[in-house]
Each structure stands twice: as structure tokens, then as C-alpha cells.
Design a protein around this ligand. Structure first.
Ligand code: 5RP
Length: 235
């Protein structure tokens, strides 16, 4: 029996999608890779959302048997709205994954987590056979940290201990991410806080150094992963 509710049916993307022309191009490129029977890891953010729409159109038109494992509640609700069947990591391992990024450097290292979903994003990337990172050309940087801070998900009671550890690692600015539509800090999908953190230098060991602080659940640094980067120009 179906729920008599319009909440999912009327769901819309919550913000304006900037640089939509480049994002749309990589979204179509990713949708063209889907094969019948695929288990897909579905990343977060507006580029992943546009790719999901393009994939849902192919599923409907070609009657493809595809299942999705989303990295966020938001994309999971969009899978329901768009008729993309869901599965979980308890049952399936993704054949491949697509996800966006906030920054990509020349070594294909990333900053992710503007949407606060980096824990599940990293879990899915680590679990997938193949990962595609889909970005418009505004995301390409010479150095990580150019346009975005590094988001760090922190167990709430560990906040001050983690702050101390991050300062020891060279953080020059640490901000508790505020919520929108709720008083106080943002609460992640795992019930934690998020710190947005700037460093003068992000070295190759920084992801591991941050993760080694007790109380850090995950960071948005992805250094040295085996990633396929698809870039589309906004012009
Ligand atoms: C969310 C993410 C997103 O993939 C990243 O922020 C890119 O988002 P968009 O495609 O909207 O530019 O890491 O946690």
C-alpha cells in the first residue's frame, strides 16, 4: 500500500544549482555508462542529483534493472521520487559509484563534504570497484584548500579535544558549521558536529593525521584514492 503523501512527490532541489551547464554535461556522460543489472553508489550534491535524474530517465525508457546505494538521506529520497530502486551495503557492493567534489587537485585528490555527507561518501568510494568523480571545471584547483575549507565530522563530546588536535596539525581557522533552519550547529546524518577547517598547507599525510585524532569520525579530504575524474567545461 502506498503512503498518501506528497512530500516525496513534490521534493525539489533545495538551492539554485550553480554552473549547471558543466554539471549537466558530466551528468549525461555518467548516465551513458549505466548497464542493466548495475548496483550504483550514488554520491551527494547537485551534480550527483543531475546524474541521478539522467539515470532515472534511462531506467524508465530502457526498463533497466538498476539498484542504488545513496550516500545521503537527500539523494535517497530523490531515488524514491524518481523511481530508482534502493538497496543497502548489507546486501550489495556497488559495481561503480558517481559523486561530485568541491575541489580536485592535479593529483586527483579531493575536498568533499560541503553537504556534510563525507563519512558515507568515503565509505561508498572505498566499497566500490570503480569511482567516477563528476565535476564542472570550476572545481579544478592547483592546491587543495584554495576555495573550500576541509570539513571534519566530529563526535560532539570530542569537540574541544579535536579542536586542540587540529591546531597542533596547523589549522589556522576552525569554525563550527551552523545549521540553516535550526538553531545552533548543524547535526550530521550520523548525529555529529561538523568543523570547517583551514590549513596553510595540506600535505599528503593530512587525511590520516586528522583521522587519527580521537573523536574525528571522518574528514572531507580524499588523498591518493583510485578515482576517475570526469570534468566538463561551463562554456
Ligand atoms: C557533498 C559533496 C558534494 O559532492 C560536493 O559538495 C559537490 O557538490 P555540487 O555537485 O553541488 O557542487 O561532497 O557532501
Amino acid at each position: 500500500m502506498d503512503w498518501q503523501s506528497s512530500l516525496i512527490k513534490n521534493l525539489e532541489w533545495s538551492a539554485e544549482i550553480i554552473n549547471i551547464s558543466g554539471k549537466q554535461k558530466v551528468a549525461e556522460e555518467i548516465a551513458a555508462k549505466v548497464k542493466d543489472g548495475d548496483i550504483l553508489g550514488v554520491g551527494s550534491g547537485s551534480t550527483a542529483y543531475l546524474a541521478l535524474i539522467a539515470i532515472a530517465n534511462r531506467i524508465k525508457k530502457e526498463k533497466l534493472n538498476v539498484k542504488a546505494i545513496p550516500t545521503s538521506l537527500e539523494l535517497s529520497m530523490f531515488c524514491s521520487k524518481l523511481g530508482v530502486p534502493l538497496t543497502t551495503l548489507f546486501e550489495n557492493k556497488p559495481d561503480w559509484l558517481f559523486d561530485g567534489a568541491d575541489e580536485v587537485d592535479p593529483n586527483n585528490s579531493l575536498i568533499k563534504g560541503r553537504g556534510g555527507a563525507m563519512f558515507k561518501e568515503k565509505l561508498l568510494i572505498s566499497s566500490s570497484e570503480v569511482s567516477y568523480i563528476i565535476v564542472d571545471d570550476s572545481k579544478m584547483v592547483n592546491k587543495l584548500g584554495t576555495n573550500f575549507p576541509v570539513p571534519i565530522e566530529v563526535f560532539p563530546q570530542a569537540l574541544l579535544y579535536v579542536e586542540k588536535g587540529l591546531k597542533e596539525l596547523g589549522a589556522n581557522s576552525i569554525a563550527l558549521r551552523p545549521a540553516k533552519g535550526k538553531d545552533g550547529p548543524i547535526i550530521s546524518e550520523n548525529g555529529n558536529f561538523i568543523l570547517d577547517c583551514k590549513f596553510d598547507e595540506i600535505g599528503s599525510s593530512m587525511e590520516k593525521d586528522i583521522k587519527s585524532i580521537t573523536g574525528v569520525i571522518e574528514s572531507g579530504l580524499f588523498i591518493g584514492y583510485n578515482l576517475n575524474i570526469l570534468v566538463a567545461s561551463n562554456t
